[in-house]
Design a protein around this ligand. Structure first.
Ligand code: KIV
Ligand code: ZN
Length: 526
Protein backbone atom coordinates (compact mmCIF):
# COMPACT_ATOMS: atom_id res chain seq x y z
CA UNK A 1 0.00 0.00 0.00
CA UNK A 2 1.39 3.44 -0.92
CA UNK A 3 2.21 5.55 2.13
CA UNK A 4 1.71 9.31 2.32
CA UNK A 5 4.52 10.74 4.40
CA UNK A 6 4.73 14.31 5.77
CA UNK A 7 8.20 14.88 4.33
CA UNK A 8 8.07 12.82 1.15
CA UNK A 9 4.42 12.92 0.11
CA UNK A 10 3.12 9.83 -1.63
CA UNK A 11 5.79 7.14 -1.62
CA UNK A 12 5.85 4.43 -4.20
CA UNK A 13 5.89 0.91 -2.80
CA UNK A 14 9.39 0.11 -3.96
CA UNK A 15 11.00 3.38 -2.83
CA UNK A 16 13.71 3.01 -0.17
CA UNK A 17 14.42 6.06 2.00
CA UNK A 18 18.15 6.46 2.62
CA UNK A 19 18.71 7.79 6.12
CA UNK A 20 22.31 8.77 6.75
CA UNK A 21 23.65 8.92 10.30
CA UNK A 22 27.33 9.56 9.51
CA UNK A 23 27.11 12.86 11.38
CA UNK A 24 25.48 11.31 14.45
CA UNK A 25 26.05 7.58 15.03
CA UNK A 26 29.21 7.76 12.90
CA UNK A 27 30.61 10.92 14.40
CA UNK A 28 30.06 9.86 18.00
CA UNK A 29 32.50 6.95 17.74
CA UNK A 30 36.01 7.52 19.16
CA UNK A 31 38.37 9.43 16.90
CA UNK A 32 35.71 10.33 14.32
CA UNK A 33 34.61 13.65 15.73
CA UNK A 34 34.34 16.52 13.25
CA UNK A 35 34.24 20.24 13.78
CA UNK A 36 31.38 22.40 12.55
CA UNK A 37 33.04 23.28 9.29
CA UNK A 38 33.81 19.67 8.52
CA UNK A 39 30.26 18.66 9.35
CA UNK A 40 28.92 21.28 6.96
CA UNK A 41 31.20 20.01 4.21
CA UNK A 42 30.09 16.45 4.83
CA UNK A 43 26.45 17.57 4.95
CA UNK A 44 26.76 19.22 1.55
CA UNK A 45 28.48 16.13 0.10
CA UNK A 46 25.78 13.86 1.53
CA UNK A 47 23.08 16.03 -0.02
CA UNK A 48 24.86 15.85 -3.37
CA UNK A 49 25.02 12.10 -2.91
CA UNK A 50 21.23 12.06 -2.77
CA UNK A 51 20.42 10.92 0.75
CA UNK A 52 16.85 11.53 1.92
CA UNK A 53 17.29 12.04 5.66
CA UNK A 54 20.38 13.43 7.38
CA UNK A 55 20.70 12.69 11.08
CA UNK A 56 22.78 15.74 11.88
CA UNK A 57 23.48 15.08 15.56
CA UNK A 58 22.22 14.72 19.09
CA UNK A 59 21.44 18.35 20.07
CA UNK A 60 21.18 17.87 23.85
CA UNK A 61 24.57 16.10 23.98
CA UNK A 62 26.62 19.34 24.04
CA UNK A 63 26.46 22.97 22.96
CA UNK A 64 28.70 21.99 20.03
CA UNK A 65 26.29 19.27 18.92
CA UNK A 66 23.37 21.68 19.17
CA UNK A 67 25.23 24.29 17.15
CA UNK A 68 26.13 21.75 14.45
CA UNK A 69 22.55 20.53 14.02
CA UNK A 70 21.28 24.11 14.01
CA UNK A 71 23.85 25.19 11.42
CA UNK A 72 23.03 22.23 9.18
CA UNK A 73 19.32 23.01 9.53
CA UNK A 74 20.03 26.64 8.58
CA UNK A 75 22.16 25.48 5.65
CA UNK A 76 19.18 23.50 4.35
CA UNK A 77 16.58 26.16 5.12
CA UNK A 78 15.35 26.40 1.53
CA UNK A 79 15.97 22.97 0.15
CA UNK A 80 17.80 19.85 1.23
CA UNK A 81 17.37 16.52 2.92
CA UNK A 82 15.11 16.06 5.91
CA UNK A 83 17.33 17.29 8.75
CA UNK A 84 16.94 15.08 11.78
CA UNK A 85 17.92 15.63 15.42
CA UNK A 86 18.13 12.76 17.90
CA UNK A 87 16.60 12.92 21.37
CA UNK A 88 15.86 10.67 24.30
CA UNK A 89 12.43 10.82 25.93
CA UNK A 90 12.90 13.74 28.35
CA UNK A 91 11.01 16.88 27.35
CA UNK A 92 14.24 18.94 27.55
CA UNK A 93 15.86 16.58 25.03
CA UNK A 94 12.97 16.78 22.65
CA UNK A 95 12.67 20.56 22.87
CA UNK A 96 16.39 20.97 22.23
CA UNK A 97 16.14 18.75 19.14
CA UNK A 98 13.06 20.66 17.98
CA UNK A 99 14.87 23.99 18.35
CA UNK A 100 17.95 22.73 16.49
CA UNK A 101 16.12 21.34 13.43
CA UNK A 102 13.58 24.18 13.25
CA UNK A 103 15.22 26.27 10.46
CA UNK A 104 15.36 23.33 8.01
CA UNK A 105 12.94 23.25 5.08
CA UNK A 106 12.15 19.66 6.05
CA UNK A 107 12.79 18.44 9.59
CA UNK A 108 12.45 15.43 11.80
CA UNK A 109 12.74 14.66 15.50
CA UNK A 110 14.03 11.17 16.19
CA UNK A 111 13.21 10.05 19.70
CA UNK A 112 14.25 6.72 21.19
CA UNK A 113 14.06 4.63 24.31
CA UNK A 114 15.40 1.20 25.21
CA UNK A 115 12.84 -1.59 25.12
CA UNK A 116 14.85 -4.76 25.82
CA UNK A 117 14.49 -6.32 29.30
CA UNK A 118 18.20 -5.87 29.95
CA UNK A 119 18.32 -2.19 29.00
CA UNK A 120 15.08 -1.35 30.81
CA UNK A 121 16.24 -3.04 34.01
CA UNK A 122 19.91 -2.08 34.08
CA UNK A 123 20.16 1.13 32.11
CA UNK A 124 16.80 2.82 32.60
CA UNK A 125 15.72 1.12 35.85
CA UNK A 126 12.15 1.31 34.64
CA UNK A 127 9.28 -1.14 34.43
CA UNK A 128 7.98 -1.96 30.95
CA UNK A 129 4.73 -0.05 31.60
CA UNK A 130 6.73 3.06 32.48
CA UNK A 131 8.71 2.72 29.25
CA UNK A 132 5.46 2.38 27.33
CA UNK A 133 4.26 5.64 28.86
CA UNK A 134 7.50 7.31 27.82
CA UNK A 135 6.97 6.13 24.25
CA UNK A 136 3.60 7.87 24.14
CA UNK A 137 4.66 11.04 25.92
CA UNK A 138 7.89 11.52 23.92
CA UNK A 139 6.34 10.94 20.53
CA UNK A 140 3.33 13.15 21.38
CA UNK A 141 5.60 16.01 22.46
CA UNK A 142 7.79 15.64 19.38
CA UNK A 143 4.71 15.72 17.18
CA UNK A 144 3.83 19.14 18.61
CA UNK A 145 7.02 20.43 16.95
CA UNK A 146 7.33 18.46 13.71
CA UNK A 147 4.95 16.41 11.57
CA UNK A 148 7.78 14.07 10.78
CA UNK A 149 8.65 12.05 13.90
CA UNK A 150 10.72 8.90 14.08
CA UNK A 151 10.58 6.60 17.06
CA UNK A 152 13.24 3.95 17.78
CA UNK A 153 13.14 0.94 20.07
CA UNK A 154 16.75 0.89 21.25
CA UNK A 155 18.04 -2.70 21.49
CA UNK A 156 14.90 -3.60 19.55
CA UNK A 157 16.20 -6.93 18.28
CA UNK A 158 16.67 -8.18 21.87
CA UNK A 159 13.23 -6.98 22.92
CA UNK A 160 10.37 -9.30 23.88
CA UNK A 161 8.26 -9.58 20.67
CA UNK A 162 4.92 -8.85 22.39
CA UNK A 163 6.34 -5.82 24.19
CA UNK A 164 7.97 -4.57 20.99
CA UNK A 165 4.60 -4.73 19.21
CA UNK A 166 2.92 -2.84 22.07
CA UNK A 167 5.59 -0.11 21.96
CA UNK A 168 5.38 0.23 18.19
CA UNK A 169 1.59 0.45 18.43
CA UNK A 170 1.83 3.16 21.11
CA UNK A 171 4.34 5.14 19.02
CA UNK A 172 2.12 5.00 15.94
CA UNK A 173 -0.94 6.02 17.97
CA UNK A 174 1.01 8.98 19.39
CA UNK A 175 1.86 10.13 15.88
CA UNK A 176 5.21 8.61 14.85
CA UNK A 177 5.56 8.52 11.07
CA UNK A 178 8.66 6.30 11.00
CA UNK A 179 9.26 3.32 13.26
CA UNK A 180 12.85 2.18 13.60
CA UNK A 181 13.84 -1.17 15.08
CA UNK A 182 17.59 -1.03 15.63
CA UNK A 183 19.93 -3.92 16.11
CA UNK A 184 21.80 -1.73 18.56
CA UNK A 185 24.41 -4.29 19.58
CA UNK A 186 24.82 -6.04 16.23
CA UNK A 187 23.46 -9.30 17.63
CA UNK A 188 20.77 -10.28 15.14
CA UNK A 189 21.02 -12.72 12.26
CA UNK A 190 19.34 -12.01 8.93
CA UNK A 191 16.53 -14.46 9.75
CA UNK A 192 15.85 -12.60 13.03
CA UNK A 193 15.46 -9.38 11.09
CA UNK A 194 13.09 -10.99 8.66
CA UNK A 195 11.01 -12.42 11.49
CA UNK A 196 10.86 -9.16 13.49
CA UNK A 197 9.86 -6.93 10.57
CA UNK A 198 7.30 -9.46 9.31
CA UNK A 199 5.84 -9.69 12.82
CA UNK A 200 5.54 -5.92 13.23
CA UNK A 201 3.88 -5.55 9.84
CA UNK A 202 1.43 -8.37 10.52
CA UNK A 203 0.61 -7.70 14.15
CA UNK A 204 0.73 -3.96 14.77
CA UNK A 205 -2.36 -1.96 13.80
CA UNK A 206 -1.34 1.02 11.66
CA UNK A 207 2.05 -0.43 10.68
CA UNK A 208 1.01 -0.16 7.04
CA UNK A 209 0.61 3.63 7.40
CA UNK A 210 4.15 4.31 8.66
CA UNK A 211 7.63 3.75 7.33
CA UNK A 212 9.43 0.86 8.96
CA UNK A 213 13.13 1.50 9.34
CA UNK A 214 16.16 -0.69 9.96
CA UNK A 215 19.35 0.40 11.76
CA UNK A 216 22.11 -2.18 12.12
CA UNK A 217 25.44 -2.32 13.87
CA UNK A 218 28.24 -4.46 12.56
CA UNK A 219 29.54 -6.33 15.62
CA UNK A 220 29.21 -9.67 13.83
CA UNK A 221 29.89 -8.25 10.38
CA UNK A 222 26.21 -8.70 9.50
CA UNK A 223 24.96 -5.11 9.38
CA UNK A 224 24.48 -4.95 5.62
CA UNK A 225 23.05 -8.49 5.39
CA UNK A 226 20.61 -7.64 8.20
CA UNK A 227 19.61 -4.44 6.41
CA UNK A 228 18.85 -6.35 3.22
CA UNK A 229 16.88 -8.95 5.18
CA UNK A 230 14.79 -6.20 6.79
CA UNK A 231 14.08 -4.65 3.39
CA UNK A 232 12.91 -8.02 2.15
CA UNK A 233 10.49 -8.13 5.09
CA UNK A 234 9.06 -4.67 4.43
CA UNK A 235 11.49 -2.06 5.82
CA UNK A 236 11.35 1.05 3.64
CA UNK A 237 14.00 3.16 5.36
CA UNK A 238 17.61 2.09 5.85
CA UNK A 239 19.89 3.82 8.35
CA UNK A 240 23.55 3.74 7.48
CA UNK A 241 26.82 5.64 7.43
CA UNK A 242 29.48 6.40 4.84
CA UNK A 243 32.35 3.89 5.08
CA UNK A 244 30.31 2.09 7.75
CA UNK A 245 31.69 4.30 10.52
CA UNK A 246 29.92 4.13 13.86
CA UNK A 247 29.89 2.80 17.41
CA UNK A 248 32.26 -0.14 18.02
CA UNK A 249 32.42 -2.17 14.76
CA UNK A 250 30.39 0.51 13.02
CA UNK A 251 27.03 0.85 11.32
CA UNK A 252 25.79 -0.68 8.09
CA UNK A 253 27.71 0.95 5.27
CA UNK A 254 25.62 3.15 2.99
CA UNK A 255 27.68 2.41 -0.11
CA UNK A 256 27.43 -1.35 0.39
CA UNK A 257 23.66 -1.29 0.91
CA UNK A 258 23.06 0.95 -2.07
CA UNK A 259 25.28 -1.06 -4.40
CA UNK A 260 23.82 -4.35 -3.20
CA UNK A 261 20.35 -3.03 -4.01
CA UNK A 262 21.48 -1.75 -7.38
CA UNK A 263 23.53 -4.78 -8.39
CA UNK A 264 20.91 -7.28 -7.23
CA UNK A 265 17.90 -5.42 -8.55
CA UNK A 266 16.94 -8.74 -10.11
CA UNK A 267 16.40 -10.18 -6.62
CA UNK A 268 15.15 -7.10 -4.71
CA UNK A 269 13.47 -4.59 -6.98
CA UNK A 270 13.67 -1.26 -5.15
CA UNK A 271 14.67 2.29 -5.99
CA UNK A 272 16.38 5.13 -4.16
CA UNK A 273 17.78 8.57 -4.93
CA UNK A 274 21.49 7.94 -4.45
CA UNK A 275 23.78 9.25 -7.19
CA UNK A 276 26.11 6.27 -7.08
CA UNK A 277 28.86 7.99 -9.07
CA UNK A 278 29.33 10.32 -6.08
CA UNK A 279 29.98 7.46 -3.67
CA UNK A 280 33.77 7.34 -3.91
CA UNK A 281 34.33 11.07 -3.49
CA UNK A 282 31.98 11.15 -0.47
CA UNK A 283 33.85 8.23 1.06
CA UNK A 284 37.18 9.95 0.45
CA UNK A 285 36.04 13.25 1.84
CA UNK A 286 35.01 11.49 5.04
CA UNK A 287 38.37 9.66 5.19
CA UNK A 288 40.22 12.94 4.73
CA UNK A 289 38.19 14.75 7.35
CA UNK A 290 38.38 12.01 9.96
CA UNK A 291 41.84 10.70 9.13
CA UNK A 292 40.66 7.12 8.85
CA UNK A 293 41.15 5.52 5.47
CA UNK A 294 39.03 2.50 4.67
CA UNK A 295 40.90 -0.79 4.47
CA UNK A 296 42.18 -1.65 0.96
CA UNK A 297 39.77 -4.58 0.59
CA UNK A 298 36.70 -2.61 1.73
CA UNK A 299 33.78 -3.33 -0.63
CA UNK A 300 32.98 -0.56 -3.14
CA UNK A 301 35.42 2.11 -1.92
CA UNK A 302 38.57 0.21 -0.91
CA UNK A 303 41.65 0.71 -3.07
CA UNK A 304 41.53 -2.95 -4.16
CA UNK A 305 37.76 -3.17 -4.63
CA UNK A 306 38.17 -3.22 -8.42
CA UNK A 307 41.82 -4.30 -8.71
CA UNK A 308 42.55 -7.62 -10.38
CA UNK A 309 45.86 -9.09 -9.38
CA UNK A 310 45.87 -12.74 -10.34
CA UNK A 311 46.79 -13.66 -13.90
CA UNK A 312 43.63 -15.70 -14.42
CA UNK A 313 41.44 -12.82 -13.27
CA UNK A 314 43.33 -10.26 -15.35
CA UNK A 315 43.02 -12.45 -18.40
CA UNK A 316 39.27 -12.78 -17.85
CA UNK A 317 38.77 -9.05 -17.29
CA UNK A 318 40.72 -8.18 -20.43
CA UNK A 319 38.44 -10.48 -22.42
CA UNK A 320 35.23 -9.30 -20.79
CA UNK A 321 35.02 -7.23 -17.60
CA UNK A 322 31.88 -8.96 -16.44
CA UNK A 323 33.85 -12.17 -15.88
CA UNK A 324 35.08 -10.77 -12.56
CA UNK A 325 33.28 -7.44 -12.10
CA UNK A 326 29.69 -7.48 -10.87
CA UNK A 327 29.42 -3.70 -11.12
CA UNK A 328 31.55 -1.17 -12.95
CA UNK A 329 34.12 0.89 -11.04
CA UNK A 330 32.78 3.96 -12.87
CA UNK A 331 29.31 3.39 -11.41
CA UNK A 332 30.64 4.28 -7.94
CA UNK A 333 32.96 7.03 -9.07
CA UNK A 334 36.25 5.33 -9.89
CA UNK A 335 37.78 6.83 -12.97
CA UNK A 336 38.88 4.45 -15.73
CA UNK A 337 41.86 6.61 -16.65
CA UNK A 338 44.47 6.12 -13.99
CA UNK A 339 47.18 8.34 -15.50
CA UNK A 340 45.56 11.70 -15.60
CA UNK A 341 47.55 14.86 -15.67
CA UNK A 342 51.11 16.06 -15.92
CA UNK A 343 53.20 19.13 -15.30
CA UNK A 344 52.15 20.66 -18.61
CA UNK A 345 48.45 20.52 -17.79
CA UNK A 346 46.88 23.95 -17.45
CA UNK A 347 44.42 25.44 -15.01
CA UNK A 348 41.42 24.84 -17.29
CA UNK A 349 42.33 21.16 -17.72
CA UNK A 350 42.78 20.87 -13.97
CA UNK A 351 39.36 22.41 -13.38
CA UNK A 352 37.82 20.01 -15.95
CA UNK A 353 39.53 17.08 -14.29
CA UNK A 354 38.15 18.09 -10.90
CA UNK A 355 34.69 18.43 -12.38
CA UNK A 356 34.91 14.94 -13.89
CA UNK A 357 35.97 13.64 -10.48
CA UNK A 358 32.91 15.27 -8.94
CA UNK A 359 34.58 18.23 -7.20
CA UNK A 360 32.98 21.63 -7.32
CA UNK A 361 35.28 24.01 -5.44
CA UNK A 362 35.46 27.79 -5.31
CA UNK A 363 38.02 29.87 -7.25
CA UNK A 364 40.31 30.52 -4.29
CA UNK A 365 40.49 26.87 -3.34
CA UNK A 366 40.98 25.99 -7.00
CA UNK A 367 43.95 28.37 -7.23
CA UNK A 368 45.56 26.91 -4.13
CA UNK A 369 44.89 23.34 -5.24
CA UNK A 370 46.28 24.09 -8.71
CA UNK A 371 49.45 25.54 -7.24
CA UNK A 372 49.93 22.38 -5.18
CA UNK A 373 49.13 20.21 -8.19
CA UNK A 374 51.83 21.92 -10.26
CA UNK A 375 54.27 21.46 -7.46
CA UNK A 376 53.30 17.79 -7.18
CA UNK A 377 53.55 17.25 -10.95
CA UNK A 378 57.08 18.65 -10.84
CA UNK A 379 58.12 16.17 -8.20
CA UNK A 380 56.11 13.08 -9.14
CA UNK A 381 56.47 11.16 -12.39
CA UNK A 382 52.82 10.25 -12.73
CA UNK A 383 49.89 11.98 -11.10
CA UNK A 384 46.94 9.68 -10.48
CA UNK A 385 43.34 10.53 -9.69
CA UNK A 386 44.01 9.39 -6.13
CA UNK A 387 46.83 11.97 -5.88
CA UNK A 388 44.56 14.75 -7.07
CA UNK A 389 41.78 13.65 -4.73
CA UNK A 390 44.21 13.63 -1.76
CA UNK A 391 45.50 17.05 -2.66
CA UNK A 392 42.10 18.66 -3.22
CA UNK A 393 40.55 17.06 -0.13
CA UNK A 394 43.53 18.36 1.80
CA UNK A 395 42.94 21.87 0.43
CA UNK A 396 39.20 21.76 1.05
CA UNK A 397 39.69 20.59 4.63
CA UNK A 398 42.07 23.47 5.27
CA UNK A 399 39.73 26.23 4.05
CA UNK A 400 39.59 28.38 7.22
CA UNK A 401 42.74 27.33 9.06
CA UNK A 402 44.29 29.90 11.38
CA UNK A 403 47.71 28.26 11.22
CA UNK A 404 49.32 27.49 7.87
CA UNK A 405 52.58 25.76 7.04
CA UNK A 406 54.54 27.99 4.67
CA UNK A 407 58.09 26.57 4.73
CA UNK A 408 59.95 23.57 6.08
CA UNK A 409 63.59 22.53 5.80
CA UNK A 410 64.96 19.41 7.45
CA UNK A 411 68.57 18.30 7.69
CA UNK A 412 69.04 14.66 8.57
CA UNK A 413 71.41 11.76 7.95
CA UNK A 414 73.21 8.88 9.66
CA UNK A 415 75.87 10.92 11.38
CA UNK A 416 73.94 14.12 12.08
CA UNK A 417 71.36 15.06 14.66
CA UNK A 418 68.20 15.81 12.67
CA UNK A 419 67.19 19.48 12.75
CA UNK A 420 64.19 21.22 11.29
CA UNK A 421 63.38 24.83 10.63
CA UNK A 422 59.82 25.75 9.99
CA UNK A 423 57.81 28.84 9.05
CA UNK A 424 54.15 29.13 9.95
CA UNK A 425 51.60 31.79 9.20
CA UNK A 426 49.47 32.28 12.30
CA UNK A 427 46.45 34.51 11.80
CA UNK A 428 48.34 36.13 8.94
CA UNK A 429 51.56 36.68 10.93
CA UNK A 430 54.78 34.83 10.02
CA UNK A 431 56.49 32.80 12.76
CA UNK A 432 59.70 30.74 12.61
CA UNK A 433 60.87 27.82 14.70
CA UNK A 434 64.06 25.74 14.73
CA UNK A 435 64.66 22.54 16.69
CA UNK A 436 66.53 19.26 16.77
CA UNK A 437 64.92 15.90 17.44
CA UNK A 438 65.25 12.13 17.62
CA UNK A 439 64.45 11.83 13.95
CA UNK A 440 63.26 14.06 11.15
CA UNK A 441 59.61 13.90 12.22
CA UNK A 442 60.43 14.56 15.86
CA UNK A 443 62.62 17.54 14.89
CA UNK A 444 59.81 18.90 12.71
CA UNK A 445 57.21 18.63 15.47
CA UNK A 446 59.65 20.26 17.93
CA UNK A 447 60.25 23.13 15.50
CA UNK A 448 56.50 23.51 15.17
CA UNK A 449 56.14 23.75 18.97
CA UNK A 450 58.88 26.33 18.86
CA UNK A 451 57.14 28.48 16.27
CA UNK A 452 53.75 28.11 17.93
CA UNK A 453 54.15 27.22 21.62
CA UNK A 454 51.50 24.82 22.85
CA UNK A 455 51.16 21.96 25.27
CA UNK A 456 49.33 18.94 23.89
CA UNK A 457 49.92 15.18 23.79
CA UNK A 458 50.72 13.39 20.57
CA UNK A 459 48.55 10.26 20.70
CA UNK A 460 48.93 8.76 17.25
CA UNK A 461 51.15 9.13 14.24
CA UNK A 462 50.34 7.00 11.18
CA UNK A 463 51.60 7.03 7.60
CA UNK A 464 49.88 5.55 4.57
CA UNK A 465 50.75 5.75 0.92
CA UNK A 466 48.10 7.21 -1.41
CA UNK A 467 49.31 5.24 -4.46
CA UNK A 468 52.19 2.82 -5.11
CA UNK A 469 55.82 3.63 -6.02
CA UNK A 470 58.66 5.38 -4.27
CA UNK A 471 57.40 8.78 -5.45
CA UNK A 472 53.92 8.09 -4.07
CA UNK A 473 52.24 10.67 -1.86
CA UNK A 474 52.21 9.87 1.81
CA UNK A 475 49.05 10.56 3.77
CA UNK A 476 49.84 11.13 7.43
CA UNK A 477 47.43 11.16 10.34
CA UNK A 478 48.32 12.87 13.61
CA UNK A 479 46.14 12.62 16.70
CA UNK A 480 46.54 15.24 19.43
CA UNK A 481 45.02 15.33 22.87
CA UNK A 482 44.37 18.31 25.10
CA UNK A 483 42.37 18.10 28.32
CA UNK A 484 40.67 14.90 27.20
CA UNK A 485 39.73 16.30 23.79
CA UNK A 486 41.03 14.35 20.81
CA UNK A 487 41.52 15.68 17.33
CA UNK A 488 42.90 14.06 14.20
CA UNK A 489 44.72 15.95 11.49
CA UNK A 490 45.73 14.80 8.02
CA UNK A 491 48.32 15.86 5.53
CA UNK A 492 49.36 14.55 2.13
CA UNK A 493 52.59 15.16 0.25
CA UNK A 494 55.23 13.25 -1.71
CA UNK A 495 57.56 14.08 1.15
CA UNK A 496 56.56 12.19 4.29
CA UNK A 497 58.03 14.87 6.57
CA UNK A 498 56.07 17.64 4.87
CA UNK A 499 52.93 15.47 5.04
CA UNK A 500 53.63 14.97 8.76
CA UNK A 501 53.97 18.71 9.36
CA UNK A 502 50.76 19.38 7.45
CA UNK A 503 48.94 16.73 9.47
CA UNK A 504 50.19 18.19 12.78
CA UNK A 505 49.20 21.72 11.74
CA UNK A 506 45.79 20.46 10.66
CA UNK A 507 45.25 18.79 14.04
CA UNK A 508 46.37 21.96 15.81
CA UNK A 509 43.85 24.02 13.85
CA UNK A 510 41.10 21.61 14.84
CA UNK A 511 42.14 21.90 18.45
CA UNK A 512 41.89 25.69 18.24
CA UNK A 513 38.36 25.37 16.87
CA UNK A 514 37.49 22.98 19.71
CA UNK A 515 38.89 25.36 22.30
CA UNK A 516 36.92 28.27 20.87
CA UNK A 517 33.73 26.30 21.24
CA UNK A 518 34.15 25.78 24.95
CA UNK A 519 36.20 28.80 25.98
CA UNK A 520 36.45 32.44 24.94
CA UNK A 521 38.57 32.80 21.74
CA UNK A 522 42.21 31.89 22.35
CA UNK A 523 44.76 34.68 22.32
CA UNK A 524 47.77 33.13 20.64
CA UNK A 525 50.97 33.37 22.59
CA UNK A 526 53.80 35.27 20.92
O1 KIV B 1 21.95 1.84 17.64
C1 KIV B 1 20.95 2.42 18.10
O2 KIV B 1 20.08 1.84 18.74
C2 KIV B 1 20.84 3.85 17.86
C3 KIV B 1 19.54 4.48 18.21
C4 KIV B 1 19.70 5.77 18.90
C5 KIV B 1 18.69 4.59 16.97
O3 KIV B 1 21.73 4.46 17.34
ZN1 ZN C 1 23.12 3.06 16.31
Amino acid sequence: MAITHPSFGKLEDDRIIIFDTTLRDGEQSPGFSMNLEEKLRMAEALWELGIDVMEAGFPIASPGDFESVLSIAQHFAKDGPVVCGLSRTAPADILRAAEAVKPAARKRIHTFVSTSPLHMRVKLRLEPEQVLDLVTSSVSLARQHTDDVEWSAEDGTRTDPDFLCRCVEAAIKAGATTINIPDTVGYALPEDMHRIFTMVRERVPGADRVILSTHNHNDLGLAVANTIAAIRAGARQVESTINGIGERAGNASLEEIVMALRTRHDAIATKNNIVTTNILRTSRLLATITGFDVQPNKAIVGRNAFAHESGIHQDGVLKDKSTYEIMTPESVGWSNTSLVMGKHSGRAAFRDKLKAMGYDIGDNQLNDAFRRFKDLADRKKVVYDEDIAALVDDEVVRGNDRIRLTALTVATGMATKPTASITLEVDGESRDGVAAGDGAVDATFNALRNAFPHDVNLKLYAVQSVTGGTDAQARVTVRLEEGGKLVDGQGADTDTIVASARAYVHALNKLLVKRERTEPPVVLRA
